[in-house]
Design a protein around this ligand. Structure first.
Ligand code: NAP
Length: 319
């Protein structure tokens, strides 16, 4: 099969499109023929070596969607020919064939495209965990999706809106903000406008928001603490460096800063997340937005695109 393999850390050019052995399912495992593969910032950090040692060569990626090709002994969740999305993989997902444990594979409703399915394993799972498991959001609360135009942000807007929250979303471009509004944000702000957090405070009648989902904490965390309500929570989803905060802003509000990493989800958390995501796909409240698609061989271009400003939903690779 064709796959993207990394033989050494480095620039996007280390993503080599080459022949790799076809994975074989062991007991309880499933091989999926991938029709689409999700691209995420974390794969850029891993490829560049920022996340520590790996065994070379490795196939990057943890999410994809396609059709079950073969199953190992003892597999009961799916059968050959089923449409599925993959959220986690034993072999890596930047490939034509993807090996996963059966509990990492979830049904993909007929009306959802494979490209959309490839957005579930990281972006939707992260947004869901941030809102409910870490953010403990309740219907009627206000949420600022700080960075709402990308893969996680568009998912968060749809999920929060469907759960009855009042949603504020930010984007850095006109196109991105239009997309955020289309996903259901009640109010859309420009995170490049110097006054946008004042606008947020005005829109909340000076109260601030109950919850912030933060995509770029190294830039925003200090300011986030000034626009939180009493008992407010910031969930740190993304950060690319250090930041100075004034701790007094947490004291004044009994506010919490809560980090989150999807890979810290327990097996029980994970099954909860995906039960909710499958239901949201089935009832059409979750509608993943695909902004750009690249052939698998162009994975280096996809890695450059995911780090560039001007996000517009999810980026996928097509094997
Ligand atoms: P993405 O598709 O590239 O989206 C990036 C988002 O950040 C866009 O909405 C972008 O808006 C926004 N942004 C840029 N500058 C900003 C600023 N100054 N203030 C607020 N937002 C700003 O990436 P993604 O897949 O959604 O991931 C978002 C972040 O979450 C990344 O840092 C990623 O590493 C992290 N993440 C973490 C986890 C976890 O488990 N903790 C899981 C998945 C992702 P414009 O482009 O419109 O400016």
């Amino acid at each position: 099969m064709k796959a993207i393999r990394v033989h050494q850390f480095g620039e996007p050019s280390v993503l080599r499109h080459e022949d790799a052995p076809e994975p074989q399912p062991g007991p309880g495992q499933v091989v999926v023929r991938a029709s689409a593969v999700g691209v995420n910032p974390v794969e850029v950090y891993i490829r560049s070596g920022a996340y520590g040692q790996r065994t070379f060569p490795f196939i990057p990626g943890t999410e994809a969607a396609g059709v079950v090709e073969t199953v190992g002994t003892g597999v009961t969740r799916v059968k050959v020919g089923d449409r599925v999305y993959v959220a986690g993989s034993v072999s890596g997902t930047y490939a034509q064939l993807v090996l996963s444990d059966q509990n990492q594979v979830h049904p993909l409703p007929q009306h959802v495209s494979f490209e959309q399915g490839a957005a579930m394993g990281v972006a939707y799972a992260t947004a869901w965990r941030a809102i409910f498991q870490r953010g403990q959001a309740k219907p009627g609360e206000t949420v600022l999706v700080h960075g709402a135009s990308g893969g996680v942000g568009t998912a968060a807007v749809q999920i929060a809106r469907a759960a009855g929250l009042v949603v504020f979303g930010t984007g850095g471009t006109e196109e991105g903000r239009k997309l955020v509004a289309e996903q259901g944000a009640h109010h859309v702000l420009d995170h490049k406008n110097p006054d946008y957090l004042k606008q947020l405070m005005d829109l909340t009648g000076g109260q601030g928001v109950n919850l912030i989902l933060e995509m770029l904490a190294n830039v925003n965390l200090g300011k986030d603490l000034e626009v939180l309500s009493r008992n407010g929570r910031v969930v740190v989803i993304g950060s690319r460096g250090t930041v100075e905060i004034n701790p007094r802003n947490t004291m004044a509000r009994d506010a919490d800063i809560r980090g989150m990493a999807l890979f810290n989800a327990t097996e029980a958390d994970y099954q909860t997340i995906h039960a909710a995501l499958v239901a949201g796909l089935e009832n059409r409240t979750y509608r993943p937005i695909i902004g750009r698609r690249f052939p698998l061989a162009d994975a280096p271009k996809a890695h450059e695109a995911i780090m560039a400003p001007g996000s517009h939903g999810k980026i996928v690779l097509v094997p």
